[in-house]
Design a protein around this ligand. Structure first.
Ligand code: GTP
Ligand code: MG
Length: 180
Protein backbone atom coordinates (compact mmCIF):
# COMPACT_ATOMS: atom_id res chain seq x y z
CA UNK A 1 0.00 0.00 0.00
CA UNK A 2 1.11 3.56 -0.71
CA UNK A 3 2.52 5.63 2.14
CA UNK A 4 1.25 8.93 0.84
CA UNK A 5 0.02 10.87 -2.16
CA UNK A 6 1.62 14.02 -3.57
CA UNK A 7 -0.67 16.27 -5.61
CA UNK A 8 0.81 19.14 -7.67
CA UNK A 9 -1.24 21.99 -9.11
CA UNK A 10 0.13 23.68 -12.22
CA UNK A 11 -1.31 26.05 -14.82
CA UNK A 12 -1.13 29.56 -16.16
CA UNK A 13 -0.96 32.52 -13.73
CA UNK A 14 -4.25 33.73 -12.19
CA UNK A 15 -6.36 30.68 -12.99
CA UNK A 16 -6.93 30.14 -9.26
CA UNK A 17 -4.51 27.40 -8.16
CA UNK A 18 -3.69 28.99 -4.80
CA UNK A 19 -7.35 29.89 -4.19
CA UNK A 20 -8.38 26.26 -4.79
CA UNK A 21 -5.92 25.01 -2.19
CA UNK A 22 -6.89 27.65 0.36
CA UNK A 23 -10.60 27.02 -0.23
CA UNK A 24 -10.09 23.33 0.42
CA UNK A 25 -8.18 23.96 3.63
CA UNK A 26 -10.32 26.70 5.15
CA UNK A 27 -13.66 25.77 3.56
CA UNK A 28 -14.13 29.37 2.52
CA UNK A 29 -12.99 31.47 -0.42
CA UNK A 30 -9.91 33.54 0.49
CA UNK A 31 -10.13 37.19 -0.59
CA UNK A 32 -6.37 37.59 -0.65
CA UNK A 33 -3.88 34.88 -1.49
CA UNK A 34 -0.10 34.74 -1.80
CA UNK A 35 1.35 33.68 -5.15
CA UNK A 36 2.16 30.30 -3.75
CA UNK A 37 0.55 28.39 -0.91
CA UNK A 38 2.78 26.57 1.56
CA UNK A 39 2.84 22.84 1.02
CA UNK A 40 0.09 21.31 3.09
CA UNK A 41 -0.33 17.79 4.38
CA UNK A 42 -3.76 16.40 5.01
CA UNK A 43 -3.65 13.67 7.66
CA UNK A 44 -4.74 10.19 6.62
CA UNK A 45 -7.83 10.04 8.81
CA UNK A 46 -9.51 13.02 7.15
CA UNK A 47 -8.90 11.93 3.56
CA UNK A 48 -11.42 9.72 1.76
CA UNK A 49 -8.84 7.03 0.99
CA UNK A 50 -7.09 7.18 4.39
CA UNK A 51 -3.69 8.11 2.99
CA UNK A 52 -1.69 11.20 4.03
CA UNK A 53 -1.93 13.65 1.15
CA UNK A 54 0.45 16.48 0.31
CA UNK A 55 -0.83 19.35 -1.80
CA UNK A 56 1.77 21.42 -3.62
CA UNK A 57 1.18 24.78 -5.33
CA UNK A 58 3.13 26.23 -8.25
CA UNK A 59 3.57 29.86 -9.22
CA UNK A 60 5.45 31.07 -12.22
CA UNK A 61 6.03 34.35 -10.34
CA UNK A 62 8.01 32.64 -7.59
CA UNK A 63 9.49 29.54 -9.18
CA UNK A 64 11.92 28.76 -11.96
CA UNK A 65 11.43 26.18 -14.70
CA UNK A 66 13.95 23.97 -12.91
CA UNK A 67 11.91 24.10 -9.72
CA UNK A 68 8.79 23.25 -11.73
CA UNK A 69 10.50 20.25 -13.32
CA UNK A 70 11.69 19.07 -9.95
CA UNK A 71 8.18 19.32 -8.47
CA UNK A 72 6.72 17.55 -11.48
CA UNK A 73 9.12 14.64 -11.05
CA UNK A 74 8.17 14.32 -7.36
CA UNK A 75 4.41 14.45 -7.94
CA UNK A 76 2.18 11.38 -7.99
CA UNK A 77 -0.61 13.21 -9.77
CA UNK A 78 -0.72 16.56 -11.56
CA UNK A 79 -3.71 18.87 -11.74
CA UNK A 80 -3.52 21.21 -14.72
CA UNK A 81 -5.74 24.15 -13.84
CA UNK A 82 -7.32 26.55 -16.34
CA UNK A 83 -10.06 29.17 -15.99
CA UNK A 84 -13.38 28.29 -17.65
CA UNK A 85 -14.45 31.94 -17.97
CA UNK A 86 -11.62 32.71 -20.35
CA UNK A 87 -12.56 31.25 -23.72
CA UNK A 88 -9.28 32.30 -25.22
CA UNK A 89 -7.41 30.64 -22.38
CA UNK A 90 -9.35 27.41 -22.89
CA UNK A 91 -8.56 27.37 -26.58
CA UNK A 92 -4.96 28.18 -25.92
CA UNK A 93 -4.96 25.46 -23.26
CA UNK A 94 -6.27 22.94 -25.71
CA UNK A 95 -2.97 23.02 -27.49
CA UNK A 96 -0.08 24.96 -26.04
CA UNK A 97 0.15 25.01 -22.22
CA UNK A 98 -1.43 21.60 -21.75
CA UNK A 99 1.11 20.24 -24.14
CA UNK A 100 3.86 22.18 -22.41
CA UNK A 101 3.00 20.79 -19.00
CA UNK A 102 2.37 17.33 -20.38
CA UNK A 103 5.61 17.24 -22.32
CA UNK A 104 7.69 17.67 -19.15
CA UNK A 105 6.08 14.69 -17.46
CA UNK A 106 8.63 12.04 -16.55
CA UNK A 107 8.20 9.73 -19.50
CA UNK A 108 7.84 6.73 -19.67
CA UNK A 109 6.86 6.80 -15.99
CA UNK A 110 4.03 9.15 -16.68
CA UNK A 111 1.82 10.21 -13.82
CA UNK A 112 -1.93 10.68 -14.01
CA UNK A 113 -3.15 14.15 -14.94
CA UNK A 114 -6.43 15.81 -14.03
CA UNK A 115 -7.72 18.78 -16.01
CA UNK A 116 -9.31 21.30 -13.70
CA UNK A 117 -11.58 24.02 -15.06
CA UNK A 118 -11.81 26.58 -12.24
CA UNK A 119 -14.09 29.66 -11.85
CA UNK A 120 -17.23 27.81 -12.91
CA UNK A 121 -19.19 30.43 -10.92
CA UNK A 122 -18.46 32.93 -13.72
CA UNK A 123 -19.97 31.00 -16.63
CA UNK A 124 -23.19 29.31 -17.57
CA UNK A 125 -21.77 26.98 -20.15
CA UNK A 126 -19.41 24.12 -19.63
CA UNK A 127 -15.99 24.07 -21.26
CA UNK A 128 -16.12 20.29 -21.67
CA UNK A 129 -16.67 20.39 -25.42
CA UNK A 130 -13.40 22.23 -25.91
CA UNK A 131 -11.58 20.05 -23.43
CA UNK A 132 -12.72 16.63 -24.68
CA UNK A 133 -10.41 16.54 -27.71
CA UNK A 134 -7.45 17.23 -25.39
CA UNK A 135 -8.54 14.43 -23.10
CA UNK A 136 -8.75 12.01 -25.99
CA UNK A 137 -5.33 13.01 -27.20
CA UNK A 138 -3.46 12.25 -23.97
CA UNK A 139 -3.90 8.89 -22.30
CA UNK A 140 -2.38 10.21 -19.08
CA UNK A 141 -5.35 12.51 -18.55
CA UNK A 142 -7.34 10.59 -16.01
CA UNK A 143 -10.35 12.83 -15.79
CA UNK A 144 -11.53 16.42 -15.95
CA UNK A 145 -13.57 18.42 -13.48
CA UNK A 146 -15.10 21.89 -13.42
CA UNK A 147 -15.08 23.63 -10.08
CA UNK A 148 -15.16 26.96 -8.30
CA UNK A 149 -12.87 28.03 -5.51
CA UNK A 150 -15.29 30.91 -4.94
CA UNK A 151 -18.49 28.99 -4.24
CA UNK A 152 -16.62 25.85 -3.14
CA UNK A 153 -18.17 23.77 -5.88
CA UNK A 154 -16.44 20.43 -6.56
CA UNK A 155 -13.40 21.34 -4.46
CA UNK A 156 -13.33 18.28 -2.25
CA UNK A 157 -14.28 16.17 -5.29
CA UNK A 158 -11.27 17.49 -7.17
CA UNK A 159 -8.85 16.39 -4.45
CA UNK A 160 -10.67 13.09 -4.11
CA UNK A 161 -10.30 12.41 -7.86
CA UNK A 162 -6.62 13.24 -7.59
CA UNK A 163 -6.15 10.83 -4.70
CA UNK A 164 -8.12 8.17 -6.49
CA UNK A 165 -6.10 8.58 -9.69
CA UNK A 166 -2.99 7.60 -7.74
CA UNK A 167 -4.45 4.85 -5.59
CA UNK A 168 -6.72 3.27 -8.20
CA UNK A 169 -5.27 4.20 -11.58
CA UNK A 170 -7.31 3.38 -14.64
CA UNK A 171 -4.91 4.86 -17.19
CA UNK A 172 -3.07 1.76 -18.41
CA UNK A 173 -6.34 -0.02 -19.15
CA UNK A 174 -7.03 2.57 -21.82
CA UNK A 175 -3.51 2.85 -23.16
CA UNK A 176 -3.56 1.43 -26.71
CA UNK A 177 0.16 0.53 -26.67
CA UNK A 178 -0.29 -1.60 -23.58
CA UNK A 179 -3.15 -3.56 -25.08
CA UNK A 180 -1.16 -5.06 -27.92
P1 GTP B 1 -0.55 32.58 -9.73
O1 GTP B 1 -0.10 32.24 -8.35
O2 GTP B 1 -0.20 33.97 -10.13
O3 GTP B 1 -0.08 31.57 -10.74
O4 GTP B 1 -2.17 32.55 -9.76
P2 GTP B 1 -3.13 31.41 -9.20
O5 GTP B 1 -3.42 30.43 -10.29
O6 GTP B 1 -2.63 30.86 -7.92
O7 GTP B 1 -4.50 32.22 -8.97
P3 GTP B 1 -5.02 32.87 -7.60
O8 GTP B 1 -5.48 31.82 -6.66
O9 GTP B 1 -4.02 33.87 -7.12
O10 GTP B 1 -6.33 33.63 -8.13
C1 GTP B 1 -6.27 34.62 -9.13
C2 GTP B 1 -7.52 35.49 -9.07
O11 GTP B 1 -8.67 34.73 -9.41
C3 GTP B 1 -7.80 36.05 -7.67
O12 GTP B 1 -8.30 37.35 -7.81
C4 GTP B 1 -8.87 35.12 -7.11
O13 GTP B 1 -9.69 35.74 -6.14
C5 GTP B 1 -9.64 34.77 -8.37
N1 GTP B 1 -10.30 33.45 -8.30
C6 GTP B 1 -9.72 32.27 -7.95
N2 GTP B 1 -10.60 31.26 -8.00
C7 GTP B 1 -11.78 31.81 -8.38
C8 GTP B 1 -13.10 31.26 -8.62
O14 GTP B 1 -13.39 30.08 -8.49
N3 GTP B 1 -14.05 32.16 -9.03
C9 GTP B 1 -13.80 33.48 -9.18
N4 GTP B 1 -14.81 34.25 -9.57
N5 GTP B 1 -12.59 34.02 -8.97
C10 GTP B 1 -11.58 33.20 -8.57
MG1 MG C 1 -0.86 31.12 -6.94
Amino acid sequence: MRKDVRILLVGEPKVGKTSLIMSLVSEEFPQVVPYRAEEITIPADVTPERVPTHIVDYSEAEQTDEQLSSEISKANVICIVYAVNNKKSIEKQSNQPFTTFLSVLPSPYRVPVILVGNKSDLVEHSSMETILPVMNQYTEIETCVECSAKNLKNISELFYYAQKAVLHPTGPLYCPEEKQ
